[in-house]
Design a protein around this ligand. Structure first.
Ligand code: PLP
Length: 430
């Protein structure tokens, strides 16, 4: 469910007319709905709390990589969410957004010494260790700071799943996590290191997964590993089950979707972890913000060809890279509500970037559109703005957060001074 709907002939985000945002902020612009973010977070957190009502509610660490907008982060921090981070920048941003250090986890395969030092000094809740080298480095860094950092091993269960090969992370062919077979040896090694305290295990098998069976296979393996590590005398108190739960990119289906998949997922986790006596953690990203955001863009030109019609919009692959990178599908809704009898045309919707890959979709049948018309790429709240760039020296896209009848620009469009002014000429060319 989401809060974008036609009202009085125009598309609204909650109670705000998107035409007003286009006029006041310009395009392209991401628009996020607070109500949708709040609803998804609550649905997820409540379902996870129901897994074992006798225990404290599991931790829900929102995966910032999906959308790191300050307004989105503050919305989630205010709801009591934790935060999953993958770089020093994300740890810093989580702290700046108001997440308490003891609600932050730090994942990622290539954490550097300075990043680990920053996280340890900040007193974050947990570091998810992904390699033996990282284990040694973390212990050295923490011991030097006079600390013992709580950590878990991210284990690769060799179960591949995900909406696209580039977002599959849990197969042995992927770079993520220590191998299942190595977990026991590394746990034993860690017991003798001065700067770490191993608290348990983590797993994350990929993103945009709608097949509960794939999660179940991975989690069942992890539950087995918890048991065998304990048999060897190790302390395994925590099991971080990662993120990855998929969302419907076809919005017509999305209206009824959400609770069912989350409930099936919670029921599966309850089944697999029954009697395991662990503190559960989750790292959802896409599920929380995916259909809480749209990218609004304006038609710039038409380019009719004998065989096809190009619709050239002012957003490009630097603003929303998912179609070019993952062949991802986004519904496209005209902001002005189309009349029932409107003529339909098959468009190739493309951006202004000098690459044929800058194509959002081909042969998409849409109501007839003209230059200056506004359209919205739906379900663009996750891995949209957070993956945006300045490719082709285009300005970083603006972001807006709506709450009821109000909206705020939570990231202004970059200025040309900011874009160009940070470069430095070498002294020999100055
Ligand atoms: N946790 C980790 C370690 C990840 O790498 C990711 C995304 O790739 C996530 C959580 C969030 O995944 P999703 O947005 O699919 O929920």
């Amino acid at each position: 469910m989401h809060h974008f709907a036609y009202r009085d002939g125009a598309l609204f985000a909650e109670d705000v007319d998107l035409r007003r945002i286009a006029a006041e902020v310009g395009t392209p612009v991401y628009v996020y709905s607070s109500a949708t973010i709040e609803r998804h977070y609550r649905l997820f957190a409540q379902a996870m709390a129901g897994i074992d009502p006798a225990r404290p509610a599991p931790h829900v660490f929102y995966a910032m990589k999906a959308n790191g907008n300050l307004g989105v982060l503050k919305t989630l921090a205010a709801l009591g969410a934790g935060c999953d981070t993958v770089s020093e920048g994300e740890v810093r941003k989580a702290l700046a957004a108001g997440f308490a250090p003891d609600k932050i986890v730090f994942s990622g395969v290539g954490k550097s010494e300075s990043e680990l030092a920053f996280a340890v000094e900040a007193g974050i809740y947990q570091i998810n260790i992904e390699t033996e080298g990282e284990l040694d480095l973390l212990s050295k860094v923490a011991a030097r700071l006079g600390k013992r950092q709580e950590a878990v091993f991210r284990v690769n269960p060799d179960i591949g799943a995900g909406g696209h090969a580039k977002i599959t992370t849990g197969s042995a062919a992927n770079k993520f996590g220590v191998s299942f077979e190595e977990a026991s040896r590394l746990y034993a090694r860690a017991a003798n290191l001065p700067g770490v305290r191993m608290m348990g295990l983590a797993v994350h098998i990929g993103s945009q997964i709608q097949d509960i069976a794939a999660f179940e296979a991975a989690y069942a393996k992890m539950a087995g590993l918890v048991g065998s590590l304990r048999d060897e005398g190790h302390r395994v108190d925590r099991l971080d089950l990662g993120g990855g739960l998929g969302i419907p990119y076809e919005m017509a289906k999305a209206v009824d979707h959400g609770p069912e998949l989350i409930e099936d997922y919670a029921a599966m986790v309850a089944r697999v972890t029954k009697g395991l006596d662990v503190e559960l953690g989750f790292e959802p990203g896409r599920l929380i913000v995916g259909n809480a955001g749209i990218l609004m863009t304006r038609v710039v030109h038409l380019n009719p060809r004998p065989s096809k019609q190009f619709l050239i919009v002012d957003a490009a692959m630097n603003d929303l890279v998912r179609p070019a990178m993952y062949e991802a599908y986004h519904e496209i809704w005209p902001v002005a509500e189309p009349a029932a009898e409107a003529r339909s045309i098959a468009y190739d919707v493309v951006g202004p970037i000098c690459e044929s890959g800058d194509t959002f979709t081909t042969g998409r049948v849409l109501p007839e559109l003209r230059p200056d018309d506004l359209v919205a790429f739906m379900t663009a709240g996750a891995y949209g703005a957070s993956m945006s760039s300045t490719y082709n020296q285009r300005l970083l896209v603006a972001e807006v957060l709506v709450k009821g009848a109000q909206y705020a620009v939570t990231r202004p469009r970059q200025s040309y001074e900011e874009l160009i002014g940070t470069d430095r000429a070498p002294p020999w060319l100055a």
